[in-house]
Design a protein around this ligand. Structure first.
Ligand code: DX5
Ligand code: ZN
Length: 218
């Protein structure tokens, strides 16, 4: 069985606290926090996501799964350390070289947080294989990062399959997460590709019954 990380990107601000509570009751495994800086992607969600994360920390023990779509990665890690997230994911494309990638992985680990790297749909999975032994997770973007409610790009699942094979062949225990366009129509092909965690935003948040929506994905 896979785990579900619910993206809270598209929730309504007026009902935020109730929505977080309902998601926990409905059985989400993580809260997925989409931090956008207006530079790496067009939208800026920095202050709202920080506000939401603080509310969640006060009311729930469920883990935070932080997805940094930002250029200034270190600054954002520092901002989230006091909230003790379970996982912090940053983008390979936002790093200037391999040294920076390794430095950031180590920095996240030193703070007792699980490190993860994400790649966009057009980034070759070969480029991140060398980091796998150092990582808790890899996040394969199944849409272009930037907004919720987009259609899953099926070709990206080829990367999941390749990564899964590499992980098994090399006896690694790296998790694979996908993010973007996951719903009850696409979940089967996503599962077949070999994922451990699926991020789902609009398909859960727009459902009348969160519990049913999560159950249908699991
Ligand atoms: C996209 C974000 C995703 C997105 C998922 O940039 O990283 O987490 O909000 O939303 P859905 O499930 O609606 O594609
Ligand atoms: Zn995300």
């Amino acid at each position: 069985m896979i785990e579900i990380s619910t993206s809270i990107l598209t929730i309504e601000k007026e009902n935020a606290t109730k929505t977080f509570y309902d998601l926990e009751t409905a059985g989400t495994d993580y809260y997925h926090i989409d931090v956008m800086d207006g530079k790496f992607v067009e939208k800026n969600t920095e202050s709202i996501m920080y506000e939401y994360s603080n509310i969640i920390k006060q009311m729930s023990n469920l883990p935070l799964d932080i997805h940094l779509m930002v250029e200034n990665i270190k600054e954002n890690i520092d901002r989230y350390i006091p909230l003790s997230p379970s996982i912090i994911t940053f983008h390979y494309e936002a790093c200037k070289d391999e040294q920076e990638v390794i430095k950031l992985i180590n920095y996240i680990k030193e703070n007792n947080i699980k490190p993860s790297i994400s790649i966009k749909p057009n980034t070759d999975v070969e480029l991140i294989k060398k980091f796998l032994p150092m990582l808790h997770m890899v996040l394969i973007m199944t849409v272009e990062p930037g907004k919720g409610g987009q259609k899953l790009i099926p070709e990206t699942l080829q990367k999941v399959k390749e990564l899964k094979k590499y992980i098994l062949d090399n006896n690694l225990d790296t998790y694979i997460e996908v993010d973007g366009g996951v719903n009850k129509e696409t979940i089967n092909m996503v599962k077949e590709a070999g994922i451990d965690i699926a991020v789902a935003g609009s398909s859960i948040i727009s459902a009348k019954d969160f519990k049913l929506a999560i159950k249908e994905l699991k």
